[in-house]
Design a protein around this ligand. Structure first.
Ligand SMILES: *Cc1c(COP(=O)(O)O)cnc(C)c1O
Length: 382
C-alpha cells in the first residue's frame, strides 16, 4: 500500500520536546503550570488579544464564551451554517436554540444579507439572539465590518470562531480579536496543534478571569472545597501547552507553507473550466489552512465525490466541504436564513466543494501525485 497522504496532519517543529522535558524535569506534569501561563501570554502576543485562557479544546472555549454571555435554556443564538458541528454544539449544551445563517459567495463566510434578514425577523418576533457565532472558514476571516455593524446596531455580542483561522488577518487586525470573544483550536488537524486544546481570548481581562474560574470547577475562595455555581473541568495540561508553545513559534512559517501549497494547486488547476478555488477576499490574509475548491461537473466531467473516491484509491485523504449545519439531522428543527430568499450558497458549496491535502509538511512529490490523479479525471481546457 502506498504511504497515506493526509488532509492536514500534525507538523512538529522539533522544539516541542524541549518544553515537554522542562515540564518533566520540574515535575510540572499537572495541574496547569508555567507552560500554560506562557502559552496564554504568547497567544496574546501573537494575536494582540488583551487576555487569553488555555482550554482543553476549542469546543470548551466556545462553551465558556456562551456561559459568560449568560446563554440559557430557550435563548436563541445565531451561528454560521457552513462549519464543523463544534461551532454549534455548545449552544445545545445550554439547551438554547441555534438559528443558522448562510454564507456569501465572496468569502464563503457568514452572509451579512442573511444575518440582516434573521435580525429583522427576530425583531418582529420580539426575541433577539443572545449572541452571534461567526465562523472564519478554512483560514479566512469573515467580513466583520458589515457583520459587526449589524450586531452592534442590535447590541448583540459576537463570538468569533477562529478555530480554523489562526494567523489570518482582517484589515490589519488579527483573526480571533474582532468579536467580544474569540476562540482558537489546537486540535491535531489545525494549522498548529498542541495534540488537543483550545484558547478563549477577549480584550477584557475580567471576563477571562471569570472564564478561568468556571473552567476550574468554579471553586470559591476557601481552604476547603466550596462551590456556589456550576463549573467545568476545561483547562489545558502543562504538557500539552508545551507542545502548543513550540508550535506557535513557527506560526508564520506554517501560514507561508500552507499558502505555498495552495499556490501550487492553483497554478496547476485554475485554467480548467469549472474549477473555482475558494476566493481570497481583499480585506485580509487567508492562511489557506485547507485548499478548497468547487467543481462544476457539467464543465469538468467529474463530480467532487468522484474525485474524492479516485484520490482515496491512491490512499490520499480529501474531503467534501463541511456539510452545512442546517442540513444536519441534529438540527432539522432549527431555522435557517439563506443568502438570498431562493439561493442557499452553503448548499451549493457542500454539493460541489472539495478540500485537498494541505499540510504544511506536504511534499512537492506528494502534491504531484495528487495533481496527477486529479488532472486525469478532469476535461482539458479548450
Ligand atoms: C476544529 C474546530 C472547532 C473545535 O475545536 P476542538 O479543539 O476540536 O474542540 C470549532 N470550530 C471550528 C470551525 C473548527 O474547525
Amino acid at each position: 500500500m502506498k504511504q497515506r497522504i493526509f488532509l492536514s496532519p500534525p507538523h512538529m517543529s522539533g522544539n516541542e520536546q524541549t518544553y515537554i522535558n522542562e515540564a518533566f524535569e520540574t515535575n510540572w506534569i499537572a495541574p496547569l503550570g508555567p507552560n500554560v501561563d506562557a502559552f496564554e501570554k504568547e497567544m496574546c502576543g501573537v494575536t494582540g488579544a488583551g487576555a487569553a485562557l488555555a482550554t482543553s479544546s476549542g469546543t470548551a472555549a466556545i462553551h465558556l464564551a456562551l456561559k459568560l454571555l449568560n446563554i440559557q435554556q430557550g435563548d436563541t443564538v445565531f451561528c454560521s451554517s457552513l462549519t464543523f458541528i463544534a461551532s454549534a454544539n455548545p449552544v445545545l449544551y445550554e439547551k438554547a436554540e441555534p438559528v443558522f445563517i448562510d454564507s456569501e459567495p465572496d468569502s464563503w463566510n457568514m452572509s451579512p444579507l442573511a444575518l440582516q434578514r434573521a435580525f429583522q425577523d427576530a425583531i418582529r418576533e420580539r426575541k433577539l439572539p443572545k449572541a452571534v457565532i461567526v465562523v472564519n472558514l478554512y483560514g479566512q476571516s469573515a467580513d466583520y465590518d458589515p457583520i459587526l455593524e449589524i450586531c452592534s446596531h442590535y447590541n448583540v455580542p459576537v463570538i468569533e470562531d477562529a478555530a480554523e483561522s489562526l494567523g489570518a488577518h482582517y484589515k490589519h487586525k488579527k483573526s480571533g480579536t474582532l468579536g467580544t470573544f474569540g476562540i482558537f483550536s489546537f486540535n491535531g488537524n489545525k494549522i498548529i496543534t498542541s495534540s488537543g486544546g483550545g484558547m478563549l481570548v477577549s480584550n477584557d481581562p475580567e471576563r477571562i478571569e471569570r472564564a478561568k474560574f468556571l473552567a476550574t470547577q468554579a471553586r470559591d475562595q476557601a481552604v476547603h472545597y466550596e462551590h456556589s455555581v456550576l463549573g467545568f473541568n476545561y483547562r489545558l495540561s502543562n504538557i500539552l501547552a508545551g507542545v502548543g508553545r513550540a508550535q506557535l513559534e513557527l506560526l508564520s512559517d506554517r501560514v507561508n507553507a500552507r499558502r505555498e501549497r495552495f499556490q501550487c494547486y492553483y497554478e496547476a488547476l485554475h485554467r480548467f473550466d469549472g474549477i473555482d478555488f475558494m476566493p481570497e477576499a481583499d480585506y485580509g490574509l487567508h492562511t489557506r489552512w485547507l485548499t478548497t475548491l468547487t467543481l462544476n461537473p457539467d464543465q469538468t466531467g467529474v463530480s467532487s465525490a468522484e474525485v474524492i473516491s479516485a484520490l482515496a484509491n491512491e490512499n490520499i485523504e480529501s474531503r467534501p466541504v463541511w456539510k452545512p449545519l442546517h442540513l444536519q439531522p441534529l438540527f432539522k428543527r432549527n431555522k435557517y436564513y439563506p443568502h438570498e430568499e431562493q439561493v442557499s450558497v452553503s448548499d451549493e458549496l457542500f454539493l460541489n466543494g472539495l478540500c485537498l491535502p494541505s499540510g504544511s509538511n506536504l511534499t512537492l512529490e506528494q502534491q504531484e501525485i495528487i495533481l496527477n490523479t486529479f488532472s486525469k479525471l478532469v476535461k482539458q481546457p479548450v
